[in-house]
Ligand binder design. Structure first.
Ligand code: M6R
Length: 612
């Protein structure tokens, strides 16, 4: 949700912290702040707004703001509006301890009430300021920073990834994690803390993933880790493979456009080494040890949020129609509190780009507690969901920085297609039939490439509809989730109200909205229900709705019905969503650009939703 970076070493850390914050800004971007310790004193700057506003404020300090120990934070507000006072870092009562924090302290109100009774006053409204005061109180008792943090965390409920600095002990950073990702970066004579590797990857590739309940004491020379109960923990240093070019815009105006254009490569990466076209089969190392569970399962459950949930809806079609596995799909936020009936012979798939979404992680834990086999379809390697699952498949889409998910969606669908084919073959599909499907999957990158080469029609449609206040997206079967995804993309980045609907369901209500001003985007590939969708288009046309069709290249009928036609290559039905969603991503993108919104950092959103 928010971004964290901390540095201890020999260099001036201000540019390191600012650059790290700039890289982390996609995680949250309503305010930012930095705390340094120098000459036994704290120096803190924090500001509502972007990291660039913070950088400008620091620039005006004219080089006086330098140090070799410091931490920075970029915020996505949970408690308290995004203003200077609520920006992190926060002090304790003595202003000798400062804290930056991701997550939510759920019992902060009770702690705050007690502290106020004891004479504490607060400058802002955040749960983090309460935590900082609590650590300060614990320090007065123990006179040891690590102990103070341990004792304070023993009293809090909720989630945190945090860094604590104190002028009492200006030779260390204390980092702690519960439910909010945090890594240590291990360098030569310098060490880092960060909420994700992108913040520190140009300084070190050696990282340590903290686990829930762990506290790290980080010095210039090294680090040690303990539990909240002060039991020592040994951690492995791992290497991250992230390339800098993956987290730069690389000449594109926005990360979202770069990521849309990366899809031929990212889809290829999702299938690389896994799809055996000649044998009409698939090998997935992360599922090999659970193959029995998969084949003997009573049913599959897919749980996820947002775009990943849309991928799950398409996955249901693939699993049921091709692999013949009964499958249910549910929002993770509903699943986790519903006390779902889960048995040990259920297989629960968690789909998540970040691997850190709080609701999806909680759903994973719920399913594990009920003894289901829990499998992740995750992008970020080493993320919480990946580590807590019994197995799974990485989608290998590379870092997705744009808040609106694009390439992760098509890679999730590609992995779902691979799992489907593998299971279908294991359940008796012939090699010849398997080969047909494998060839279809292998052909996807070129089909995406063909759409990306020809975006003029989409740009013209975007220009035509950029001022519409609303839009309707329709699709049927596996393309209904594509309609949902198209509408979500438009909402997120252009702030235009949009709804996705199963095309046939329109006549039960949404049809009342249709008039001569209403854009209706219809996904209408030449599949088994083509004629049915064409009838739905007729219904829109009869009410003078403005039809934008996503249709196959060889569809001659559609021209007479739709005002605009976006052509897509023909694709086997259940894999069609991987192709059909591309024009909808581009349409949302070009409309947002035409409206001048902040495409990569849309208002109120954050990339990785680590709070529930
Ligand atoms: O990281 P995840 O895939 O678990 O994230 C789930 C949703 O928060 C995410 O898909 C969100 O809906 C995106 N902003 C969609 O573009």
């Amino acid at each position: 949700m928010c971004g964290i970076i901390g540095y201890i070493g020999e260099k001036n850390c201000v540019p390191i912290l600012l650059e790290g914050l700039r890289r982390l800004e996609y995680r949250g971007y309503d305010s930012a702040g930095i705390a340094l310790i120098k000459d036994g004193r704290f120096h803190i700057q924090k500001k509502a707004g972007k990291v660039s506003d913070l950088a400008e404020a620091i620039r005006l300090l004219d080089g006086t703001f330098t140090a070799t120990l410091g931490m920075g934070h970029t915020r996505w507000a949970t408690h308290g509006e995004p203003n200077d006072a609520n920006a992190h870092p926060h002090w304790d009562a003595t202003k000798k301890i400062a804290v930056i924090h991701n997550g939510i302290i759920e019992n902060y109100a009770a702690i705050r009430t007690k502290l106020v009774r004891d004479g504490h006053t607060f400058t802002g409204k955040t749960d983090t300021e309460v935590l900082a005061h609590l650590i300060g109180v614990m320090y007065e008792e123990s006179k040891d920073l690590t102990t103070a943090v341990r004792h304070a965390l023993a009293e809090v409920e909720g989630t945190y990834g945090l860094v604590v600095l104190s002028v009492h002990e200006p030779d260390k950073m204390i980092a702690a994690r519960k439910g909010s990702p945090l890594i240590l970066g291990v360098g030569e004579g310098e060490n880092f803390v960060a909420s994700d590797a992108s913040a520190i990857v140009d300084h070190t590739r050696n990282v340590v993933y903290l686990d829930d309940g762990e506290i790290a004491v980080v010095t210039r020379e090294g680090f040690r880790t303990v539990t909240i109960d002060d039991v020592s923990v040994t951690k492995q240093v791992q290497e991250v493979t992230l390339e800098l070019s993956q987290i730069e815009r690389g000449g594109y105006e926005h990360f979202m456009l770069k990521e849309i254009n990366e899809q031929p490569e990212t889809i290829t990466n999702a299938m690389r080494g896994r799809l055996l076209v000649d044998q009409g089969n698939v090998v997935l190392g992360g599922l090999r040890h659970v193959m029995d569970k998969l084949l003997c399962a009573r049913r599959f459950v897919i749980t996820a949020c947002g775009t990943s949930w849309h991928a799950g809806l398409v996955g249901k079609y693939m699993f049921e129609q091709i692999a013949k596995m009964p499958t249910e799909v549910e929002y993770a936020s509903e699943f986790r509190y519903r006390n779902p009936i889960i048995r040990s012979d259920d297989v629960v798939f968690l789909i998540s780009q970040s691997g850190e979404t709080a609701d999806t992680l909680a759903a994973a834990r719920e399913a594990k507690a009920k003894h289901a086999t829990v499998l992740g379809i995750v992008n970020v390697v080493g993320s919480s969901i990946a580590r807590e699952s019994h197995g799974g498949v990485y989608i290998h889409a590379g870092p997705e920085i744009g808040v609106a998910s694009t390439k992760a969606f098509t890679s999730q669908l590609t992995v779902l297609a691979l799992i489907t084919l593998m299971l279908a073959r294991a359940r008796g599909m012939s090699e010849a039939d398997g080969r047909v499907l494998a060839e279809e999957i292998a052909s996807l990158p070129d089909k995406v490439r063909a759409i990306l080469r020809n975006t003029e029609t989409i740009k013209a449609i975007a220009h035509e509809f950029k001022d519409t206040p609303t839009a309707l997206y329709l699709g049927r079967g596996a393309n209904f989730p594509v309609a949902l995804e198209g509408a979500l993309k438009l909402k997120e980045i252009s702030y235009i109200h949009a709804e996705g609907y199963p095309a046939a369901e329109m006549k039960h209500g949404p049809i009342a909205l249709i008039d001569e001003a209403m854009p209706v985007v219809v996904v209408v590939p030449k599949d088994a229900i083509y004629e049915k969708v064409m009838s739905n288009i007729q219904e829109v046309r009869a009410r003078k709705g403005r039809i934008i069709a996503v249709a196959n290249e060889d569809d001659d009928e559609i021209e007479g019905l739709a005002e605009f036609v976006i052509r897509v290559p023909r694709t086997y039905g259940f894999f069609g969503p991987i192709i059909n969603v591309i024009p909808l991503q581009l349409l949302a993108y070009y409309i947002a650009v035409a409206r001048g919104t902040n495409v990569d950092q849309p208002r109120n959103l954050a990339k990785s939703v680590t709070v529930e």
